[in-house]
Design a protein around this ligand. Structure first.
Ligand SMILES: Cc1cc2nc3c(=O)[nH]c(=O)nc-3n(C[C@H](O)[C@H](O)[C@H](O)COP(=O)(O)OP(=O)(O)OC[C@H]3O[C@@H](n4cnc5c(N)ncnc54)[C@H](O)[C@@H]3O)c2cc1C
Length: 492
């Protein structure tokens, strides 16, 4: 089988190495437009789980890259002059250059040629000359554009501006810093990726970006391709994070994050992997991992299935659910940072809990498992701030205007449908009473008609006649007699 791989990033190189290792007789070559050491970006982060997968799939590659790892457990949140530390997060990072060098050596060792400096423009010719073209050509894929009618890509640009930079300050751990700017909060996502340097990404809303002067009169890009004037200003803005160290660019300029989704990743004998097929916001640090997982699934499918069409179908079927789940987590994380001004009134530890659970991948229980002391402190501080008793925030009292709720659990039982004469029946009473007995502080009734002629459907629960009022009185009395819950009736 003749396979052309377009793009020598993590996705393309890892696929080429795995596919060659599984099928040494196949003829695989990679085309990469950049020189071998001409890499953009600084560090990449892997979770403990992601590393386990690489170790399992290719122990030799894992042994090579583990030498370059920087490992850490803590996440630090710098916010309003405080630093909150949460532990138990197993992460590793290494420089993108180091990862690519190890992947290039692995390909060379397996006999996979990598044609550097080879910009591929004629995708049709490549597809005609090969049994399979693997398009690992990144977020701005030419292959995706060439067959856009089939792939039907949708690109959604994020609302914030970000710039990917580095610093020669070696941070202790993953660091989020929330900085005050005249136009609102700006956030730094930073982590060490070698013994000499850290990655530093600055992200801020369009408004804050403009007010900070980054948009006005943009300097021409320096010879390095960097937005040099911004970098100088960023070094000043991030002075507490970099503590007098340098901030450096590497083809760094202001961007809005493009989230790429495609209707399909297959077109005849051409298949998309990694960023060419899908992207996920950098704030969950999963792009490289996703690209490498795609590569593994594709190499495995080619090995296990009979023929290219079956292999490509199996690859896409196996990867789509995981990619969608990651994109969903990335979307939640991206939206959290895009709306960070909503949270900047919160106390530091509460803010940190919010930040750490923003993608919903780390649950409240997950935080407790990772760092029980941190969560206990968060619970203590929150309970004290609302004059509550020890316990999780959901169990703390809440004053909602004139309503004093015993806790923050709200239950809306499922609608029961029309009842006889529109009066609440036993079924509704059981639903509402059950929710209140279950411990909710607030039980929602669902919409209740204020008049028998105004119901959405004949027989919908109503609060108008004596009989209906008596039915509701019975439900409310039951709830108040046996539980501290409130049961407001929503009239329409
Ligand atoms: C600010 C930022 C921070 C990030 N941080 C992280 C992180 O911490 N952890 C993480 O896992 N991921 C991170 N990512 C994402 C990560 O960089 C990408 O998801 C990952 O590199 C995707 O790998 P890939 O192989 O699919 O594509 P790429 O790495 O983009 O590789 C594509 C390659 O194709 C080559 N190419 C393109 N067109 C052609 C052509 N026509 N001919 C020849 N060659 C071509 C390019 O030169 C490039 O080398 C971050 C991304 C951003 C923007």
């Amino acid at each position: 089988m003749r396979i052309a791989v377009l793009g020598g990033g993590p996705g393309g190189l890892y696929f080429a190495a795995l596919a060659k290792a599984l099928r040494p007789q196949s003829d695989i070559a990679v085309w990469e437009r950049n020189a071998p050491d001409d890499t953009f970006g600084f560090g990449v982060v892997f979770s403990g789980r992601a590393l386990g997968r690489i170790e399992q799939a290719d122990p030799e590659l894992f042994a090579a890259i583990r030498r370059d790892f920087v490992l850490w457990d803590d996440i630090q949140v710098h916010y309003r002059g405080t630093t909150t530390v949460a532990g138990g997060n197993r992460f590793a990072a290494l420089s993108r250059a180091g990862l690519l060098a190890s992947l290039q050596r692995r390909c060379a060792g397996l006999g996979v040629p990598v044609h550097h400096g080879g910009e591929v423009a004629d995708v049709d010719a490549l597809a005609a000359e090969h049994d399979l073209v693997v398009a690992a050509d990144g977020a701005h894929s030419v292959v995706r554009a060439r067959y856009a009618d089939t792939f039907r890509p949708a690109v959604h640009l994020g609302r914030c501006r970000y710039i990917w930079l580095g610093t020669d300050r070696v941070l202790d751990s993953f660091t989020f810093a929330i900085l005050d700017t005249p136009g609102g909060a700006a956030q730094v996502h930073a982590y060490p990726h070698s013994g000499q340097a850290s990655t530093l990404i600055l992200e801020l809303s369009e408004r804050a970006w403009r007010r900070a002067g980054f948009a006005a009169d943009p300097a021409p890009l320096g010879e390095s391709g960097n937005d040099e004037r911004s970098i100088e200003a960023i070094a000043e803005l991030c002075r507490d994070v970099v503590a007098g160290h340098k901030v450096v660019g590497n083809n760094s300029r202001w961007l809005r994050f493009p989230t790429v989704r495609c209707a399909t990743w297959r077109h005849r004998n051409v298949v998309l992997v990694g960023d060419a097929a899908h992207t996920a916001h950098f704030s969950i640090g999963s792009g490289t991992h996703l690209a490498m997982e795609d590569a593994l699934a594709l190499a495995t499918s080619l090995h296990e299935q009979r023929g290219v069409p079956a292999a490509l179908a199996a690859y896409e079927a196996s990867r789509r659910p995981a990619v969608l789940a990651t994109q969903e987590a990335a979307r939640a994380s991206q939206e959290w940072f895009e709306s960070v001004d909503r949270y900047t009134g919160q106390e530091p530890v509460r803010f940190a809990v919010n930040l750490l659970t923003r993608s919903r991948r780390v649950s409240y229980a997950g935080l407790r498992r990772r760092d029980p002391d941190f969560l206990a402190r968060a619970e203590r501080e929150f309970a004290a701030s609302v004059a509550g008793r020890a316990g999780p925030p959901a169990q703390q009292p809440l004053r909602l205007d004139g309503l004093a709720l015993a806790n923050r659990v709200v239950v809306a039982p499922p609608p029961v449908g029309p009842t006889r004469d529109g009066a609440p029946d036993d079924l509704l009473l059981v639903h509402l009473g059950g929710a209140a007995l279950g411990g909710a502080g607030l039980v929602l009734t669902g919409p209740v008609a204020a008049s028998g002629t105004g119901t959405a459907v004949p027989g919908d629960v109503t609060l108008a006649t004596e009989e209906q009022v008596a039915g509701w009185r019975r439900a409310v009395r039951f709830v108040h007699a046996h539980t501290p819950a409130w049961l407001p009736v929503f009239l329409y």
